[in-house]
Design a protein. Structure first.
Lengths: 363, 272
């Protein structure tokens, strides 16, 4: 199955939920829609399923205009965040539901449906649960049943809304691997929604990063992580330090910044913003630097260092320091990032400054 | 379990005593009174043509009222839960009027409406449909006072029904009628049946609203509770007690049925 979404718009009252979405999905792909809550990813998923309708734009699947096809006839396997298993039906009946409600002339005979359910129960490794009610299952088991119910109709595309959102961390990791396995064995084109970047990067062939109703970037995990296409993506992927710099000959310059480890960028000279992840910043003692250590906290493996200077507050994460001369509160240090992303123009929002700056509180 | 508030003994004692004095004692007295009559005499009273006619009218009219209330109540609950429209809260509040209104007021209003020169009666009587002084009038009065039962039992269950179940059914290819039959109906059925049973029980006992519109013609439009009152006024205590006892037995049976329905309602609810 291939899918083209073109210039899709959707508003709920005053709020624009989707502001022009263009997306191509290739046959057999596993795609993640990644974004913070409110970015419109679930709305896009529901429109694909036919549970919601866009105000403008088109949705075509294998060349067919899906906006003219009713949800019932689209054959999408939708897995809801909280599974939405029918509470009054046993697991078997839940999985068989999509087959049992087919019109008489297309419905397989009862024996065939039963065989199909058995096969799915085996395949999903829940054969022993067929006779239980959903309320008697754990979260992970419900997730498997929900996927079984969606797979039973032989879906053209599998749509999963926050599939692991309601599970605890260990089961989440297990199910992630299991879902990848299911996808590889069935070859069903799959789109899933998540706000967890680790989940998206680990599971998906391609990740679609969404923010405020737009697609910010589409790519593989490495592409997005190393080369975010916009300040939004950089921030969303953890580059919380935003340093105003001046670009000169492709190199960023700012007081207290040692940018020698950063590659030159083919950008015009002028004001720009350097986005850094706290873990990418190394600190070196330098009395001429305006950055001064305000606080050092240890997380065990890491030391988190709060700095201020030139009117901003920022954070760096260093491996636990050994050696004779550790950094102390009050030391002046230079920032030496080993990676970073530069976008032209001044930072859109002020960097986080939770505590107002004071001058020389001690000494 | 350690309780947060003390006073379990006291509060339990007070409620049980109250229940005993106000509810159980009169019922026991009634049963004893009935037992005093003796089975043969009891049987003779109950199977007397006038008693049978009254019981039959009560049951048939009650059943008619219940059928109407079941259908209307389900629809009303659906409308109140599933749609948003101006005045929804007012409508929701209006549903309680039959409970709050003195039944005599309801009876007066209804008989005024349906009498030959009332708004409805003036339309219906030329068409040959007579409501006042017939079983139709009895059924209408009964349905008026017991409407809220089905609405109020189904409403909360429908409210709790997550729309995701329907959405899931849609993506699995189910069409609206199938969704209602296979997904929604099984979930609301137990509470619907409870509501219907309660509505029927209330209809059988309805007195105030009915006597105004029924005309109370012996053998024709005389309900059982009224017959008991008449017997009492004739100083025929045994006759009154026998009829009351029959009504009591029917009501208790209905309560048992209602509780059974509730108890075995949802086999799929998680066991704690």
């Amino acid at each position: 199955m291939t899918m083209q979404v073109t210039s899709m718009m959707k508003r709920f009252g005053e709020t624009e939920v989707l502001r022009g979405i263009d997306l191509n999905v290739r046959d057999g792909e596993l795609i993640a829609l990644l974004g913070p809550s409110g970015s419109g990813k679930t709305t896009l998923l529901k429109i694909i399923a036919g549970l919601d309708w866009p105000d403008a734009g088109s949705l075509s699947v294998d060349g067919e205009d899906w906006l003219r096809v009713r949800a019932q006839d689209r054959r999408t396997g939708f897995v809801f965040q909280h599974y939405a298993l029918f509470p009054h039906m046993k697991v078997r009946d839940n999985i068989a539901f999509g087959l049992n409600v087919m019109p008489k002339d297309r419905r397989p005979p009862a024996a065939k449906i039963a065989a199909k359910v058995d096969e799915l129960l085996q395949f999903l490794q829940i054969a022993h649960l067929g006779g239980r009610y959903p309320a008697e299952l754990s979260g992970g088991q419900r997730q498997r049943v929900a996927l079984g119910r969606a797979l039973a109709i032989g879906p053209k595309v599998l749509l999963l809304d926050e599939p692991f959102g309601a599970l605890d961390a260990a089961i989440r990791r297990d199910l992630r691997r299991w879902l990848r396995d299911v996808h590889d064995k069935t070859g069903t084109t799959t789109i899933f929604v998540t706000h967890d970047q680790e989940e998206a990067f680990e599971l998906a062939d391609r990740v679609v990063v969404m923010g405020a109703g737009r697609i910010e970037q589409v790519g593989t995990a490495d592409e997005i992580f190393d080369h975010p296409a916009s300040p939004f993506v950089a921030r969303f992927l953890g580059a919380t330090v935003e340093l105003p710099v001046i670009l000169r000959a492709g190199r960023a310059e700012a007081p207290g910044l040692d940018a020698s480890m950063l590659e030159r960028r083919a950008l015009p000279d002028g004001f720009a913003t350097l986005f850094l992840r706290p873990a990418e910043i190394d600190l070196q003692r330098d009395d001429a630097s305006p950055f001064r250590i305000r606080q050092i906290t240890s997380t065990g493996a890491l030391r988190r260092v709060m700095l201020d200077g030139t009117g901003i507050v920022l954070e760096a994460e260093l491996p636990r320091q050994r050696g004779a001369d550790p950094l102390k509160v009050g030391d002046h240090v230079r920032l030496r990032p080993d990676a970073g992303r530069i976008f032209p123009g001044a930072a859109r929002k002020a960097p986080p400054a939770p505590i107002p700056l004071k001058k020389e509180t001690h000494r | 379990m350690k309780r947060v508030l003390p006073g379990f003994g006291l509060s339990m004692g007070v409620t049980l005593t109250y229940l005993g004095v106000i509810v159980l004692l009169p019922l026991v007295a009634l049963v004893l009174r009935g037992a005093e009559i003796g089975p043969e005499r009891f049987w003779a009273i109950v199977t007397a043509p006038r008693t049978l006619a009254a019981l039959q009218l009560t049951l048939v009219a009650g059943a008619m009222a219940t059928v109407v209330n079941a259908a209307y109540g389900l629809l009303m609950a659906w409308v109140l839960v599933r749609y948003d429209f101006p005045g929804k809260r007012v409508l929701d509040a209006l549903m309680d009027i039959p409970f709050a209104l003195p039944t005599a007021v309801a009876g007066l209003a209804l008989s005024a409406l349906f009498s030959a020169n009332g708004w409805f009666g003036a339309l219906l009587e030329p068409m040959g449909i007579k409501v006042v002084f017939t079983i139709w009038g009895v059924a209408i009065a009964m349905s008026f006072t017991s409407i809220p039962f089905v609405v109020r039992t189904v409403q909360p269950v429908l409210e709790d029904l997550d729309p995701q179940y329907e959405q899931a059914a849609i993506t699995l290819g189910a069409h609206p009628f199938t969704i209602f039959r296979k997904v929604i109906w099984p979930v609301i059925l137990p509470s619907f049946l409870v509501g219907v049973t309660l509505s029927f029980a209330r209809s059988l006992g309805e007195f105030g609203a009915v006597v105004f519109i029924a005309g109370n013609l012996p053998m024709k439009t005389e309900i059982a509770s009224l017959l008991a009152v008449i017997r009492l006024e004739e100083y025929d205590y045994n006759g009154a007690a026998a009829i009351a006892l029959v009504l009591l037995i029917i009501a208790l049976l209905l309560l048992v049925i209602s509780n059974l329905l509730q108890a075995r309602a949802l086999p799929y609810k998680a066991k704690p």
